[in-house]
Design a protein around this ligand. Structure first.
Ligand SMILES: O=c1ccn([C@@H]2O[C@H](COP(=O)(O)O)[C@@H](O)[C@H]2O)c(=O)[nH]1
Length: 244
């Protein structure tokens, strides 16, 4: 048991809307109506449905994580961050592998947007460390980065913290080390969540929702265990129940 209320537990879940178009995503959103979870819009949906879909979620009061994982030269990321901030999203991200200057530029883009429109809310800017699909073997043998995945994650997390970002995307397996290295206020947003018995799919570094919560994660990103379920609302409700 934890001290989380049902609403608080729902607020820790970010449902990944990985759909090919607005109509498909809309149908899932409607099925979850009234549950105060975050909605995550990633590349597939954003490239198909664009800023208009994000704006429609915000108009309906949803908290939105725009997961576009920017990774480009600093000037381009600054511009991208500026445009994203103007969409009014609550959370967005860049790749920590872009380095300190790129992450700082992302924050400059945010500041420029906020200074031009006082009605905008400051988004939480976070950095992707090592994708949760990346295993130890892939990191070492394919990508060619030596050492333990966890060490790479912590290196990226420290760099993101130094750049002034508010948190990182990582596996729940790394949450305790990230918090120890970067402080308890430094947010962890963790995909790689699989309820017991669920298909692992292409994820590698996974944990159940309950285990992730016990590691101290702030938010858990969950896609297919909800969206591919016969009854997505029931699947989300069962995850929330596991968290309270
Ligand atoms: O390291 C990362 C970064 C982002 N993701 C995203 O999270 C969801 C996970 O979806 P599942 O269906 O629960 O696997 C997806 O949108 C990814 O793009 C990630 O998995 N790992």
């Amino acid at each position: 048991m934890t001290n989380l209320t049902e609403a608080e537990a729902a607020g820790r879940v970010m449902v990944a809307l990985d759909y090919p178009d607005a109509a498909a995503a809309e149908s899932l959103v409607r099925s979850l109506e009234g549950i105060p979870c975050y909605l995550k819009v990633g590349m597939q949906l954003f490239y198909a449905a664009g800023p208009g879909f994000v704006a429609s979620l915000k108009e309906r009061g949803y908290k939105v994580f725009l997961d576009l994982k920017m990774h480009d030269i600093p000037n381009t990321v600054k511009g991208g961050s500026n445009s994203i901030t103007k969409l009014g999203v609550d959370v967005f991200n860049v790749h920590a592998a872009g380095g300190m200057q790129m992450m700082t530029a992302a924050l400059e883009g945010v500041e420029a947007a906020l200074s031009g429109d006082s009605s905008l809310k400051r988004p939480l800017v976070i950095a992707v460390t090592q994708l949760t699909s990346t295993s130890q073997a892939v990191l070492n043998d394919e990508i060619g980065i030596g050492g333990a995945v966890e060490d790479a994650v912590i290196r990226y997390a420290k760099l993101a913290k130094q750049a002034g970002l508010g948190g990182v995307v990582a596996s729940p397996q790394e949450v305790q080390s990230i918090k120890a290295a970067c402080g308890s206020d430094f947010r962890t947003i963790t995909p790689g969540i699989r309820p017991s018995g669920a298909a692992v799919n292409d994820q590698s570094r996974i944990m159940t929702p309950r285990e992730a919560l016990e590691q101290g994660t702030d938010y858990m990103v969950i896609g297919r265990p909800i969206t591919a379920a016969a009854d997505p609302r029931a699947a989300l409700q069962s995850i929330i129940k596991e968290l309270i």
